[in-house]
Write a protein that binds this ligand. Structure first.
Ligand SMILES: [Zn+2]
Length: 254
């Protein structure tokens, strides 16, 4: 059932559902972070409609592509560094802290679930994380605060301190393999929950499009909270259509 004009009734139904459930798995997309100042890259007028994404094979093959990728990332540094968790992140952090949610699955790369107090191991990141870099050869983590001054001094990012491999933000680029362990955990969480709540995702990009239906086919209730309609709305039990920040506004009953 879709609630848009009368959200109050929908919120009451959602609160009752949470109350009657043992395991709630939240799945989040860009819409939960726009209130925090992180732009939705894919939205019309978003960064990706103006700057074509740099595919993974180009990043590997070309120093020029790598320079462009780092330049774009550091241009976003102010926004990422200033972003703080919003009402949606805080609500989910409470669900995890109380044991209602075993973990949160996210398409976001902004680290805001961890910043809201959710332990790193309870955040399943299907598109990686842009707030640090990893070595593409050995996987070692490197901090952007170390890379940036070296990039600005030399016009290229430094190599891995351990093995000399290429460093890249820990995100999943176009053409890069999906993170197997995160995908496995996301599928397992979707199959084993009582309620699957998709928040702020347009549910069109893989794997987002599939997870709500996996949950539903495994017997879970499906709740969708998003500003725009999604292709999964028809399959959902409750659709709350509106701004995430005002729907999950630190309500005591959610
Ligand atoms: Zn390395």
């Amino acid at each position: 059932m879709v609630f848009d004009d009368d959200l109050k009734q929908g919120l009451a139904a959602f609160a009752a559902l949470l109350d009657a459930s043992d395991t709630v798995v939240p799945f989040t997309g860009a819409g939960i972070s726009t209130d925090s100042g992180i732009p939705d890259f894919r939205s019309p007028g978003g960064l990706w409609t103006r700057n074509k994404p740099i595919p993974f094979d180009a990043f590997l093959a070309s120093a020029e592509a790598r320079r462009e990728a780092w330049q774009r990332r550091f241009a976003m540094d102010t926004a990422f560094n200033a972003a703080r968790p919003g009402p949606g992140h805080r609500t989910i952090a409470r669900w995890v802290a109380s044991g209602l949610s075993p973990a949160v699955i996210t398409q976001n790369i902004d680290n805001l679930h961890q910043d809201s107090g959710v332990a790193t191991e309870s955040v399943v990141e299907v598109h990686g994380n842009t707030t640090y870099a990893t070595c593409l050869s050995c996987g070692r983590r490197h901090e952007l605060s170390w890379i940036r001054p070296l990039f600005e001094a030399h016009g290229e990012a430094p190599d891995c301190q351990a093995c000399g491999g290429l460093l890249k933000t820990a995100t999943i680029s176009f053409g890069q393999a999906m993170p197997q362990e995160a995908m496995r955990r996301a599928g397992e969480l979707a199959r084993r929950c009582d309620v699957f709540v998709a928040i702020g995702s347009s549910l069109v990009v893989h794997p987002a499009a599939g997870l709500p239906l996996i949950a539903r086919d495994s017997g879970a209730w499906l709740v969708i909270i998003n500003r725009e309609p999604t292709p999964c709305d028809e399959a959902a039990d409750i659709v709350l259509r509106g701004e995430i920040g005002s729907i999950l506004n630190d309500r005591a009953d959610l």
